[in-house]
Design a binder for this molecule. Structure first.
Ligand code: SAM
Length: 236
């Protein structure tokens, strides 16, 4: 998958050099381009924001550098043979990001993340982008961040690990929270007793049927207690 990020803080994404996503980049499963929005300004001060029309607090990101940045990325996509990359603008006013959305987005050929700052991006950038390709506004949750960078990182991590080959053992993706519809059961490793706390005996029994039943009970109990709305009404 090709991932492009437009941001005023390109250094933020240096974490994508490490861990599983770093390896995925080295092996070519993920091809990353990070673009500094200020490189697409034409004034001496590399200005990316201005006061809002209609008044009010804060600044708004100017359309002009965004237009230049997106044009450059989309033209390069065409040259690569990708005709309809998905542009994702992280926004508290977008559709809420879920595991199901991550799964869906993991099969995209190319995603372009446009990280807003200040009071957000001039709305005409979204309207213009929609004339060129597919566009989605996505929210990480019902709270407000300072910028789209953290939301983009979270989405790239959730989407990236679903790209075949990124996580070494694909079986570990199957029983995870939010993929089976239930939260995952608790996990334990050695030693069997730690600071007076025992591992549940069933996990040491070697009885695979009993272990599977215990895990399912734990999943149901946890989901009922923490996130009952995830369960069908008859299981709540
Ligand atoms: N004035 C905007 C509002 O009230 O909806 C909030 C702007 S916020 C301070 C700046 C940027 O952070 C947004 O343009 C967006 O890119 C990002 N952002 C903030 N909260 C977010 C969230 N919950 N999910 C995704 N992105 C978010």
């Amino acid at each position: 998958m090709r991932i492009d990020i437009v941001t005023i803080f390109p250094e933020f994404f240096s974490v994508l050099d490490v861990s599983l996503l770093g390896k995925a980049r080295q092996s070519g499963l993920i091809d990353l381009g990070v673009h500094d929005l200020r490189d697409f300004t034409i004034d001496r001060h590399r200005t990316v924001d201005d006061t809002p029309y209609g008044g009010g607090a804060g600044m708004v990101m100017r359309a002009e550098p965004w237009g230049q940045a997106l044009d450059g990325i989309l033209d390069a996509s065409l040259e690569r043979g990708v005709f309809d990359p998905l542009i994702v603008f992280p926004s508290p006013a977008g559709d809420v990001f879920t595991q199901a959305m991550a799964q869906q987005l993991s099969s995209e050929k190319q995603i372009v993340f446009g990280c807003g700052r200040y009071e957000g991006i001039d709305q005409r950038v979204v309207e213009y982008a929609e004339t060129r390709t597919r566009v989605k506004l996505v929210s990480l949750g019902d709270y407000v961040l300072n910028g789209g960078e953290v939301a983009t990182m979270a989405m790239i991590e959730a989407i990236g690990r679903l790209i075949p080959g990124v996580v070494g053992n694909p079986a570990s993706l199957v029983e995870e929270s939010h993929s089976s519809g239930l939260l995952e059961y608790p996990a334990y490793t050695k030693p069997g007793n730690w600071r007076g706390l025992d591992v549940p005996p069933v996990l040491l029994s070697g009885n695979h049927g009993a272990i599977a039943r215990w895990r399912l009970e734990q999943q149901l109990e946890r989901t009922r207690r923490v996130r009952p709305e995830l369960l069908p009404p008859e299981l709540r």
